[in-house]
Design a protein around this ligand. Structure first.
Ligand SMILES: *[C@@H]1O[C@H](CO)[C@@H](O)[C@H](O)[C@H]1NC(C)=O
Ligand SMILES: *[C@@H]1O[C@H](CO)[C@@H](O)[C@H](O)[C@H]1NC(C)=O
Ligand SMILES: *[C@@H]1O[C@H](CO)[C@@H](O)[C@H](O)[C@H]1NC(C)=O
Length: 448
């Protein structure tokens, strides 16, 4: 089943296409693609002679001509006014098809322009542009048609035809909550919800509909696939969405996520659950405090030790790095003079997040160096950044860690050699040079 979505962004997109055929193209192309030169002479005299000249550089335009069937739109492509554009939730791509009621706007009401052709010629664009300006000018009261009124009516019809995000989410949640739905159906509901909750207000609506509770509840499902997808929806819903972060913590999501991490689960579930935990904790000192006091670092350290492949290790180390630097940034901001009123409160809250002490206590000063043994450059880089961030509390451990010292020496040799070959290829400030700098910085700290 295909779904028609009318998200807020989608609505704006539709509106643009509908009322101003050229605006979409303008928005996507450089200034030189289309230039509008307005002739203001005669405007004061009632505008009878008002004219707009449009010059079109046709070379850059790529206009898709819709047909009866849905076609996928590529980025940068434009469509003529009146087209039906929808978002295919399965593929995440925009699709276009000939519109019907919208087509009237172009063909019937504006019949004096050319018939719809297989391509839009620069002439047509000029005409359309000119017409658009006329339509938007108050003088059109005198004209035989009232396109803006038409437009409103058509849009009202559209509202009836197209489901809003709120309606879609209601329908999805009903389906998800129904005892009749199969696991496959629930999984596909979660996939669609995951897409929708990237929009801040959609995620908040999900909460007010009681959907968050359902998602958090299904984290406890006995089906791993449902657990994984629920964690994915939760993580996306709380990402950069403080309101939903609070609601999620209130609904007990954090404990449930930690419980899942602490029990044996497939890698896919753990990855998505880690994603949800990291998103839940970001910029949220209360949740971080909660995480620490509920043994979060202990759970992560067990996960770290058990992960041979390094995928989870890297994600965990990145998460720790983010938490350390976030706290560091807040305390550094205290040195600035430009402070907002809430700064003091933020400092107070972060001071209760006893991250450093916990990291020391749970043995992270010796765990993170193990990630350097990975063969992936990216994993090593993440490890080095975290080691640097942890240096203030871990220096003593680093200095007495023989294998860390050995790793740093051999990695430095290895990367310096690679930097030499990078230079031969002509990339002076390349990635490997960055890694050498990280290693150097760490060694300097350790010698001080
Ligand atoms: C389940 O399906 C049956 C028959 O298809 C229907 O009568 C019933 O109302 C459904 N129950 C729910 C909870 O949707
Ligand atoms: C889910 O269904 C139960 C009853 O089966 C109902 O009480 C609850 O309100 C429903 N939740 C949502 C979010 O629709
Ligand atoms: C998940 O299950 C655990 C124990 O089985 C329970 O403590 C927790 O409250 C449940 N979480 C939710 C959201 O139902």
């Amino acid at each position: 089943m295909k779904l028609i979505s009318r998200s807020a962004a989608g609505a704006a997109f539709l509106l643009l296409l509908h009322c101003c055929p050229i605006a979409n193209i303008l928005g996507q192309k450089s200034d030189s693609a289309l230039t509008v030169v307005e002739n203001t002479e005669g405007r004061e005299g009632g505008g009878a002679d008002e004219e707009a000249e449009v010059t079109v550089d046709e070379g850059d335009l790529e206009v898709v001509q819709p047909t009866e069937d849905w076609q996928t739109l590529k980025p940068g492509q434009a469509v003529p006014a009146g087209s039906h554009v929808r978002l295919n939730l399965q593929t995440g791509q925009r699709e276009v098809r000939l519109g019907e009621e919208q087509l009237k706007y172009w063909t019937q009401e504006h019949r004096e322009t050319e018939e719809v052709q297989s391509t839009i010629s620069p002439d047509e664009l000029k005409q359309a542009m000119k017409k658009m300006k006329e339509d938007l000018s108050p003088d059109t009261v005198r004209s035989q048609y009232r396109p803006l009124e038409e437009l409103k009516r058509d849009l009202a019809q559209l509202d009836l035809l197209v489901e809003t995000d709120v309606q879609i989410m209601k329908r999805l949640l009903d389906q998800f909550n129904s005892s009749n739905s199969t696991t496959e159906q629930k999984l596909s509901v979660l996939l669609e919800l995951e897409y929708l909750v990237h929009q801040v207000d959609n995620a908040q609506t999900l909460c007010s509909m009681g959907g968050l509770q359902l998602i958090v509840g299904s984290l406890n499902s006995t089906d791993f696939r449902l657990q994984e997808s629920s964690a994915f929806v939760l993580g996306s819903a709380v990402s950069s969405n403080p309101v939903v972060q609070v609601k999620a913590v209130e609904s007990g999501a954090l404990q449930t996520l930690l419980t899942i991490l602490a029990t044996a689960q497939p890698l896919g579930v753990k990855k998505k659950v880690l994603f949800a935990v990291a998103s839940l904790l970001r910029n949220f000192p209360y949740a971080q405090h909660h995480f620490l006091s509920h043994g979060g670092l202990q759970v992560l350290s067990e996960l770290f030790r058990a992960d041979g492949g390094g995928v989870l290790r890297t994600r965990i180390v990145t998460m720790l790095y983010d938490m350390i630097s976030e706290k560091e940034l807040i305390s550094q901001a205290g040195l600035d003079l430009m402070l907002d009123a809430s700064h003091e409160e933020r400092v107070r809250q972060y001071s209760k997040v006893s991250l450093q002490g916990e990291l020391l206590e749970k043995g992270w000063c010796n765990l993170v160096p193990q990630l350097l043994e990975s063969t992936e450059h990216d994993y090593r880089e993440k490890a080095l950044r975290a080691l640097l961030a942890m240096a203030p509390m871990c220096l003593d451990h680093y200095r007495s860690d023989g294998s860390l010292l050995g790793s740093l020496l051999s990695l430095r040799d290895q990367y310096q050699e690679m930097v030499q070959s990078e230079m031969i290829v002509g990339e002076e400030n390349g990635y490997f040079a960055e890694i050498v700098e990280l290693i150097n910085a760490l060694q300097v700290k350790m010698k001080l």
